[in-house]
Every structure is written in C-alpha cells, then in structure tokens.
Design a protein around this ligand. Structure first.
Ligand SMILES: [Zn+2]
Length: 285
C-alpha cells in the first residue's frame, strides 16, 4: 500500500478535529482499497471501462462521507441499526421498502438508517446512467454505490451500539476501521471472490448486513481484551502500540474478511447494473 499523501494526512487531521469520532464509514484507506480491488475483479469488457476511470472511482470513494453535512439525509444512507427492530435474523423487518414503511413509518426507517434500500435506489440510477452512456454520472453513481455497499460490510454499521457506547467500548468504531487499518495496512491482505450478478439488490444488502452484524460483538470483545487492565484509556493517544497489536490479532482477520467481501460485493453490484442496462459499450467519454 502507498503511504498517505500529505494532503490526505492534513485532511485526516482536520477531519479528526472536526469530527472526533468518525462513525459513519470505513476510513479513507479502506474505502479506496475496496474500490481498487473491486475494479480488478470485474469481467471484461466492463473492467476496461472502469480501469479508464479508475483514478476518479478510487479517489472519490470517500466523497459520500464528506458531503454528509451539506446533503440532506445523507448521513442515514451509510448504515442500518438493524438490532433496533428485534433480534437476529431480524425477520420482523420486511425487506420490501413499502412493507417496512407500513410497519415502522418512513421517518423511523430513515432515522435508524436506510442503507439496504438506498443501495437499490443508487443501483437504479447507475443503470440509467449506463444506458445513456453518461460517463460523469456513471462515475458518480459507481462511487456512491461502491461506498454504500462497502459500508454495509463494516460490522458496526449494523447496530445501535455503533461506537461501543452502550458497552464501555467508546471509540472502537474509528479505532477499528481507521487507526488499526492505517497502522497495519502492510499486514492486511484482501482475498476477494469472483463477481456474481445480484438478483435482488435489497435482499442481498440485507444478507450483507446480517453477516456484518455477526461480527459486531467480536469487535467489542476484541477492544475489551486489547486493553491493559492496569491502564486508563481516555484520550486517543492512550491507545498505544500494545493495544493495537492485541486488537489486530482478533480484529485484523475480521477487517480482512469484511473488506474482501466488500470488494466482491462492490464489483458484483457494478456488474449487475451493467447487466441490467443491457451490457452497453461504455466509452468513457
Ligand atoms: Zn460511509
């Protein structure tokens, strides 16, 4: 992996200052990594198109996080607190949006995160942009779709206890997805699977969330075990090398697995959009 460029380092420091807990996404390193891997997985000729716009698709992968302050309701598209609605496997939540609205109201669905339905909406937009060969929009919707699909794989995007705030693990969200991954990126290897078309985009997004949810507890436990019982952890710098080494022993494989699955899923959603658009020849102009 490349070292962070100075611009990103400054951006990162600013972001940390402005938003002490980055609780709405994978970190910048992870998002770019997932998009880069996803492009590699695509079958030809679609891969050729994505390679021709790879710089934008990779570089903009974090844009949906950065616009959440200026775009209304943006923040709700990155997660779903599925455990708000019941217990695993959450059969009480209808996967169909209209049925879910009837049961819980549109406001509630938005407030606790609408990621699985939003993924399907963005996919539809990407299909239309591909049919019309509008490169700028294809890039934009590919970036958005890839980002939201990647976010579904972050285990703490599936739970009301998204930052460990209900279990004494405050701050675990960014320690896992950001600091740990940046520190140990040289030791992380992604092993994504092949790409597949997706029959039901919303149902598939719920499947991803259910799989993510299974790992949320492990992350919280990994955080607890990584702490030295003799030490007080308050400020960011209290979490030292020893802490991250222990965290990585358990949470590293979870990050590898979830980021690998994310790369496969992102490529599969892009591929599905292209199939639905009728396999257009995208020119990249
Ligand atoms: Zn996000």
């Amino acid at each position: 992996m490349k070292k962070l460029q100075p611009f990103w380092q400054i951006g990162f420091i600013l972001l940390v200052l402005i938003f002490p807990a980055a609780i709405w996404s994978w970190g910048f390193v992870a998002h770019k990594w997932i998009h880069r891997e996803a492009i590699r997985l695509l079958p030809l000729p679609l891969r050729g198109f994505y390679q021709s716009v790879a710089d934008s698709v990779i570089e903009k992968s974090t844009e949906p996080d950065l616009r959440r302050r200026r775009v209304k309701n943006e923040e709700f598209h990155h997660y779903i607190d599925i455990d708000h609605y019941g217990r695993y496997p959450f059969v009480e939540m209808p996967r169909d949006y209209q049925a879910a609205v009837q049961k819980f109201s549109a406001d509630t669905l938005l407030q606790y995160g609408d990621a699985p339905w939003n993924v399907a909406r963005v996919l539809d937009s990407l299909v239309v942009a591909m049919r019309q060969n509008r490169t700028k929009d294809i890039i934009q919707f590919s970036v958005d779709l890839g980002h939201y699909v990647a976010d579904l794989h972050m285990p703490l995007h599936s739970s009301e206890n998204y930052d460990g705030q209900m279990s004494g693990n405050n701050g675990i969200h960014s320690r896992f997805e950001w600091q740990m991954i940046e520190r140990h990126q040289g030791r992380i290897q992604l092993t994504p699977n092949g790409v597949d078309s997706i029959a039901n985009p919303t149902a598939a997004a719920f499947e991803i969330i259910l799989n993510s949810y299974i790992w949320a507890d492990n992350l919280l436990r990994a955080d607890t075990h990584a702490r030295d019982p003799q030490r007080i952890y308050k400020a960011r710098e209290d979490f030292d090398d020893a802490y991250y080494e222990k965290l990585f022993a358990v949470a590293g494989p979870i990050a590898e697995q979830q980021m690998s699955a994310a790369a496969t899923a992102v490529a599969s959603y892009w591929y599905t959009a292209w199939l639905r658009a009728g396999r257009p020849q995208l020119t990249g102009k």
